[in-house]
Design a protein around this ligand. Structure first.
Ligand code: HEM
Length: 478
């Protein structure tokens, strides 16, 4: 899920074109200089124009193929006999979030985690996700309404609002824990949880941008004060969540197997009363779910708001659809109603295409592989350039235009993968879609979004987003 994997042990000999580099270092300097500024997407865009949809980089002797070719991407994500997720992520989260599903390399441990956690995303949980989003949005909208001036409008940082919202929702649906992030944000109280989550993302990215032997000297090592502070917070958070869970059990709140959330499943014991997961595994997953499940959704909501505010006609059309469906259902909207909003579905997909929140997914070749006449040597890291594929002119007409109506026609097969593909695809995707759609329905049922002219900084960090957030005018509908 991160922008720049650095390490593989590939032998030389690939024939895919690419820029020449320095002896020993290869393209490492140029790549890390872009990565440290959050501009990897610009570097890849430039190289794509020069060398085509797949190009080769060398990182201190290790080979990376960056590709926006939909067939290679599909192959790398689905063909598990030839490609795998290697130990790279594991290494980068050492001492922070080991055992988080999205960082686990392919193999038995990943399989066991995925198998046990998958049922925590069933229909009961999806409904719960809908209810949690609806109730959090109701509180938010009352708050925004109370802040409106006489003209009926208020200005918010919509990115910060959505970040707090998604943290509150993921806490409730995965761990029955309420962060109260929105409340803290509105009361101007520093939310330690929010700051730590941001620092974890930054630290992981910084580790990606540098060679592991330097981590110890640049404050990124496992025993550095920064990592120690993160671990202390994560342990504390875990104890807090666990205590709340024990209280629920002591109060006689028992759950059927199908109702168990992520944490219940992590705490499960087998028939001999042995824990199914170690404490390290549980802590890693708790943190992993917070990381994977909130910034991704918050960034997508932010870009939806961004596009709607910049395209008033599209916003008006969507508001009309929302008004009509709400009227038909006496103002009530639940998960079951979501397929009654086809235009919203198109707006969401178009946002995910134009703004790929997970711009790169990494896999490594298990063997020498031939693709379209090119050799990908064993152990080469293939960086699936999802953003490049979503903006590729061979698959999309006028790819940089925001045009929800393009989804009226069938799209090129396998050219759209905002949630990845294959066995390691996003476990939370249905939940995310529910959250995104309900948040937008509620927001647009009461407010119109107005774009404010501002300088925006698009960055690739652990996800693709806006570094300085997004100021937005919310105008109450009369
Ligand atoms: C719009 C929001 C989201 C986007 C764009 C997104 C995207 C992705 C992508 C592209 C992957 C695949 C990574 C890979 O192949 O290596 C992934 C994996 C994952 N996502 Fe999401 N995600 C979103 C929301 C969520 C939510 C809400 C949750 C949790 C409730 C979640 C939990 C996970 C987990 C645990 C994985 C790892 C799956 C595995 O390795 O088996 N995601 N996500």
């Amino acid at each position: 899920m991160i922008s720049i994997p650095f390490f593989s042990n590939a032998s030389a000999g690939a024939r895919i074109p690419g820029p020449s580099g320095y002896p020993l270092l290869g393209n490492a300097l140029e790549l890390s200089s872009h990565a440290s500024r959050g501009k990897t997407h610009e570097y890849f865009e430039k190289l794509g124009q020069e060398y085509g949809q797949s190009f080769l980089l060398s990182m201190a002797g290790n080979l990376l193929v960056v590709s926006s070719d939909k067939d290679l991407i599909h192959r790398a994500l689905t063909d598990t006999t030839n490609f795998h997720r290697n130990e790279l992520f594991d290494m980068v989260v050492k001492g922070i979030a080991e055992f988080a599903l999205f960082t686990l390399p392919s193999g038995e441990v990943w399989k066991r985690h995925r198998k046990y956690l998958q049922p925590a995303f069933g229909p009961v949980h999806l409904r719960h996700a809908g209810e949690a989003t609806t109730s959090e949005m109701a509180i938010l909208m009352d708050y925004w309404s109370s802040k409106c001036d006489e003209g009926g409008s208020t200005t918010v940082d919509i990115f910060q609002e959505f970040t707090a919202l998604t943290l509150d929702v993921i806490g409730q649906i995965a761990f029955s824990h309420h962060f109260k992030a929105s409340e803290s944000y509105h009361n101007g109280v520093d939310s330690e949880g929010h700051d730590i989550m941001q620092d974890i993302a930054a630290l992981v990215q910084e580790r990606f941008n540098t060679v592991p032997i330097t981590w110890k000297f640049s404050g990124l090592g496992s025993n550095s004060p920064r990592v120690t502070a993160i671990r202390k917070y994560v342990d504390q958070l875990f104890e807090e969540i666990l205590a709340a869970k024990k209280l629920q059990t002591a109060n006689g709140e028992t759950k059927l197997a199908k109702d168990k959330d992520v944490l219940d499943r992590l705490l499960d014991t087998d028939e001999d009363d042995n824990d199914k997961f170690s404490k390290a595994e549980i802590v890693g997953e708790v943190l992993g779910f917070f990381l994977a499940g909130h910034e991704t959704s918050a960034n997508t909501m932010t870009f939806m708001a961004y596009e709607l505010s910049r395209n008033p006609e599209i916003q008006a059309k969507l508001k009309a659809e929302i008004k009509q469906v709400l009227h038909k259902n006496a103002g009530v909207v639940t998960v079951e109603h979501l397929n009654e909003f086809p235009y919203l579905d198109r707006v969401m997909k178009e946002t995910q295409r134009l703004h790929s929140i997970i711009p790169i997914i990494g896999r490594a070749a298990l063997h020498d592989i031939e693709h379209n006449g090119f050799l990908i040597p064993a152990k080469t890291v293939v960086l699936c350039n999802i953003r490049g594929m979503h903006l590729n002119e061979s698959y999309w007409t006028d790819p940089t235009a925001f045009n929800p109506d393009r989804w009226n026609e069938p799209i090129e097969a396998n050219a759209f993968a905002p949630f990845g593909s294959g066995p390691m695809n996003c476990i939370g995707q249905k939940m995310a879609v529910i959250e995104l759609k309900l948040a937008m329905i509620h927001l647009l049922s009461r407010f119109t979004l107005r774009y404010i002219d501002q300088e925006l900084d698009f960055i690739t960090s652990t996800t693709y987003g806006l570094k300085r957030g997004l100021s937005m005018e919310l105008c109450m509908d009369t």
